[in-house]
Design a protein. Sequence first.
Length: 316
Amino acid sequence: MDVLIGHPLTYARDLHGWSQADLIARMRVAAASRPEGLRTGADKSAISRWENWRKTPSAESQLLIAEAFGVPLADLDLYPWPHWLPGRADPLPLGSAYTVRALREAQRASMERRNFMVFSAVALAGLSAQWATLEPDRLTSSLDGRPVDAELVDWLETTAAALTSLPTERRQHTVKLMDAHLDTVTDLLESGRYSQALGIRLHALGARLASTCGWYRFDQAKHHAAGVFWNAALTNAHAAGDRDMGAGVLADFAYQSIWVGRPNGAVDPLTNALTHTAHPAARSLLHLRRARADPGRRPGRPHPRRPDPPPRTAPA
């Protein structure tokens, strides 16, 4: 199991191969080079508090951190702390231009050894806002490759349903089969020639497979890979016009945020998911998770660090 990196500052240091002492030394160099003589406000204790979400560095400290990492100072105005740090992972936007790319990036992410925590609250809020307001593009058939026939899609759907329904304890043996199945669907979407109706079915199938593959990574504590798979699932559910499935994926993102102790990042995705969700079971799930995440909850009721396990597929 990969070690979960719980804060973007930890991740940024890891990308550069820096210890906390290395970061402090570089912040001091940055402070010494500035004519106003800024104080770093940094020691190992301070950095530990920043990386454990217990304290936010001052504006002066953030400026020196940015200079230490070589981050453009304009990024500090564009993104709140800590989302401007290097290594920031942003989900792909929705739209037909990104459906296959999102699936390919999910496959690459599942092979990476590094493991960042989750997409930022800012990124998830933007993605869920797109989902709530952006209408799906009309699907177009590829001009390359052999025609995709309905019988093949029938078999792919039946096989995917059988793999998804296997008991949890068997999934450690089926994860490679599920990944291969998703790779086949992605190949067909990328280079196959299919009708509008078959294209919708392929995108919906890709969304279901990516969602399940995301849960496999979540169960392995590979949270970055899980998020990239769910980004692919949301993009393809949107292309298929399946609002309820997309709402279920947004609920998965929210569940992950609550699980890793960042419940505020769950509120916007859940709120946006409710705008287009019609199925009663899906709406109930969204309301339940928003109640867990809502910072306006009753006093004395802490957020659950480990909520009850969710269903592995979105409600029908």
